[in-house]
Design a protein around this ligand. Structure first.
Ligand code: SF4
Length: 372
């Protein structure tokens, strides 16, 4: 593999958010007014700098993922002009999966129609909850009603493939009813659901509240119970649990995310974007202003890179295998170590294939570490 100019998967990081959610430690830029033109110009500048001479004849992309941050903050016109500019540098395959992450308050009928016409085929909707108290506590900028209207607007615009993000294991004091949220999400009939357990990251509002004693994290049992309740509700509603955090209806697995889990190369542009060319990982500087200044000066905004060693590759083979329902093609030594997991109900062995159960996925990091 000569390098990333041939990567069939492209990630674009759009860092803007209206405000910081209480739990979020991502690299974001809080802006009331989004500098759509300046950002798009710099993004295209990075593409031209790092992929010189890329043309639709030379570069075909199977999956494009606009992540963030909140890409939907670029608005209807911002996404349309970005897509148009991208098409001058690459070709989207006929059946390309083109995802935009969106906050519900950005998804109007008009915006959804423009995105669909611009080639967006998949929407990842950051719902997180339908409970007004929980949404306010998380500093989300949308209401539960807006989740529903955004979802309907996207479907009416012809975006069939919609994923809903939900957060579980909120502090018990919030009084959030996890079952209600699950059933409201399922009732919308999304094609995909992604679940995230709340984690307290340092230097977030949530970490400050915890340190002041204003909030107590959910105990481990709540985390486990809510994950298992969600697993039961989603699988009985016909979703396939194909990756530790991801549930999909038939044919709706995220092809873009699958590229990360299968070790295929992907290109990444924008502040804090990561990239893997098949041999080497690299990542961009995170702060928006720094990225903008470097790209503006015609310099590669790289912050670091790492050549994968044999050891890294092996650890990755184990971790990536265990996190998906495809499982890990385990060596004899790994199968022997995992014998106890099968007895405990954390894994199953089918020939060489070692697959974690939901109970096992709750222990993913510990189990993966035990094999590496
Ligand atoms: S919208 Fe997403 S990226 Fe932005 S602050 Fe909230 S969780 Fe973080």
């Amino acid at each position: 593999m000569a390098g990333h100019e041939f990567a069939r998967h492209l990630y674009i990081h759009v860092p803007f958010c209206a405000r910081r959610c209480s739990y979020c430690d991502f690299s974001i830029a809080v802006r009331r007014e989004v500098p759509v033109e300046g950002f798009t110009r710099a993004l295209l500048g990075e593409l031209d700098l790092r992929f010189p001479g890329s043309t639709p004849e030379r570069w075909t992309v199977d999956t494009l993922y606009l992540g963030g941050g909140t890409p939907s903050r670029l608005g209807a016109g911002g996404i349309a002009s970005l897509m148009e500019a991208l098409r001058r540098r690459l070709r989207l395959a006929d059946d390309a999966e083109v995802t935009i992450e969106a906050n519900p308050d950005d998804v109007s009928s008009g915006a959804a129609r423009v995105w669909r016409n611009a080639g967006i085929s998949r929407l990842s909707l950051g719902a997180q909850s339908f409970d007004p108290n929980a949404l306010a506590w998380m500093h989300r900028t949308h209401t539960s009603e807006q989740v529903v209207t955004a979802f309907d607007a996207a479907r009416r615009a012809g975006i069939e493939n919609i994923s809903i993000d939900l957060i579980f294991a909120l502090p018990p004091a919030i009084g959030r009813e996890w079952n209600d949220d699950l059933h409201r999400a399922i009732a919308l009939e999304p094609s995909h659901v992604s679940l995230y357990g709340l984690t307290v990251h340092e230097r977030t509002p949530l970490a400050r509240w915890r340190d002041r004693g204003d909030v107590a994290e959910a105990p481990d049992e709540t985390y486990a119970t809510e994950f298992l309740v969600a697993h039961a509700a989603l699988t009985s509603a016909g979703f396939d649990h194909y990756e530790v955090s991801s549930y999909a209806r038939q044919g709706a697995r995220s092809r873009h995310n699958a590229s990360y889990w299968s070790g295929r190369p992907w290109a990444g542009v924008g502040p804090a974007a990561h990239e893997f060319d098949g041999v080497r990982r690299r990542w961009n500087v995170g702060p928006y202003a720094q990225w903008l200044a470097l790209v503006g000066a015609g310099r590669d905004p790289v912050a670091g890179e790492e050549l994968l060693t044999e050891e890294n590759r092996d650890a990755e083979r184990v971790y990536l295998g265990l996190r998906t329902s495809s499982g890990l093609a385990a060596t004899a030594a790994e199968r022997s170590k995992a014998g106890r997991w099968v007895e405990e109900g954390w894994a199953s062995l089918d020939g060489d294939m070692l697959r974690l159960t939901p109970e096992g996925w709750l222990r993913l990091d510990t189990l993966a570490a035990a094999l590496t």
